[in-house]
Design a protein around this ligand. Sequence first.
Ligand code: ADP
Ligand code: MG
Length: 700
Amino acid sequence: MTAASDTRTEALHDPGLAPVSSLPGVGPALAETLRKLGIERVQDLWFHLPLRYEDRTRITPIRDLVGGESAQVEGVVEAVETGFRYRPQLRIAITDASRETLVLRFFHFRGQQALQLAPGTRLRCFGSVRRGQHGPEMVHPQYRILRGEVPVEESLTPVYPVTEGLGQARLRGVIAKALTRLPDAATLELIPADLLAPLGLMSLRDALLVVHRPAPDADVAALTAGTHPAQRRLAFEELLTHHLSLKRLRANVRRHRAPALPDNADLRRRFLDALPFELTAAQQRVAGEIARDLARPVPMLRLVQGDVGSGKTVVAALAALHAVANGRQTALMAPTELLAEQHLRSFRQWFEPLGIDVVWLAGKVGGRARASALEAIAGGAPVAIGTHALMQEGVEFARLGLAIVDEQHRFGVQQRIALREKAAGSEVPHQLVLTATPIPRTLAMSAYADLDVSALDELPPGRTPVQTVVVSEARRDEVIARIRAACAEGRQAYWVCTIIEESEQLEAQAAQALYARLCEALPELRVGLLHGRMKPSEKQAAMEAFKNHEIALLVATTVIEVGVDVPNASLMVIENAERLGLAQLHQLRGRVGRGAVASTCVLLYQPPLSALAKQRLETLRETSDGFVIAEKDLQLRGPGELLGTRQTGEMGFRIADLVRDAGLLPAVQKVGAVMLRAHPRLAQRLTARWIGAAARYAEA
Ligand code: ADP
Ligand code: MG
């Protein structure tokens, strides 16, 4: 049977593949609205899972309402008031048998609404409670007017992701219709029974029915926490799908050819002889792993994990030498211009004496410089270094053989794919990804299932551990005195200014203000400033001056997070440390402790510290092991934060939670491996089911 007729037969027998318009009551308009949610087929509705549940099975007395929680209340309207204090507002006061008053506020309302809600009207409303000046309030609660006895809901109410023009109630109705099309349990399963049985999970059919329509006696606490067996079953399947799709991505890449890039021993020896240090054992091991990959005509897909300062750059340079030796080009990309510039300097310093040209291309390079960089790259320049600008349209490599991405947690899977497509013809480049965020094993298995992993688990010798202290903002003067003392001894310091908003401009302003204050407090010191709003040449000049010890104290924003390397800097102060994530603090702290002198990192915080913030800062004080810190960060904040905000969408599971469901991952790997080997067609159907319309477009 051909693949096409195979697919047609499947469609006939699989009611899930029928279009949503085959459901009664779903016309073209509704079908179009559903499409906006990525829902095109009946099975897309089965797998459109609730975000959470609302408990409308009981009525809470107004007296018992708790701020921040959602509740259902029933009461009689006591007073109605329309006002225009700052904007039009409708306020309704209701009371119940507990003799307390709840205020309902509406900012968008129709005149008629005020009339309908006359005093004496009985209401049932559901909403999130907040503590107002005069007691509990709900803003824009859902409500209905009660005439006679209306029973409360019998089971938890699922809340779905919705879109404009499609409310919860209507979507719930459509999903209920779709659920009547669920085939029997055995037919619905796509995971072979012999793989599934040992896991002791609920059947997929039962799991779907439970999450969409929890029974009245369902375990409310478990459903709310996401730990119900039905949710675990679905989480397993979702994690499996994610795993399978990354593995497939990998297999697709590995089907292509890549240029074989064997080592040139002479070139490598000349490079190593010129280095002012010996490679660590870890660097030698990882370089060996890379060399083996590169020597084969199959694309390398390798992630090098190494804590800040572990010496990833030289490992990358060794990989680039393989390409150079074989007449192939290397592209090295970093997420920030500052970091890319630092690589540029290292590579030029190492490669130019060997007669290897290094081309620079960042987003801000324009005009003639850009044109000549593009020309050099198209002409086969051996090494090109830059930001993501290297991946943009219009950048043509003559013979790209190796793509290196530094600090990969800021790049997403999509970008990894774009990169692979930069290759000419049927060959794809080898790919090396460097990350300083040590990724906990569980997360790595899931997030980077498409990559092999090497660990640079050893720091170069001669480093002294950084002593970390946690200090209240109230003791700022003591910190300033400490800087004065350190700089008087000829050492240098960073003062990192952080703010919570993701605005370069605000951050720059804050840094400027701090700079002014510190200049005033430390008149005898040369103070420098570095922030993201400065011109590249100004940034470069500031860094250069700091490196050359013309500046003693550098006030900087988090642009210095990655890469900056000044061994004489032995003191770092981080403002508002309580607001930053552990991984980021660890990165920042990695800027000191690079030389032989003992270094200190001062974490300044604004009191009072929340329990969570306290725990985070404690962790940092106690350990400098990036892996321990990453595990802790994962526990405390979840995977989205750890992988960087830009990846949260990508890792945005519908039901799975990598921390909560981490225990499922070994089974996911095992089942995934067997399915890819023995049941590829089922694996594909499973992916299509979960990923739905969005992925179908992406694959087209
Ligand atoms: P990261 O892994 O954080 O990118 P870098 O590659 O920037 O680390 O290296 C940090 C510093 O350590 C640099 O100054 C680099 O030259 C130096 N370095 C790298 N490897 C060694 C080594 N084997 N011995 C001594 N110093 C090294
Ligand atoms: Mg680095």
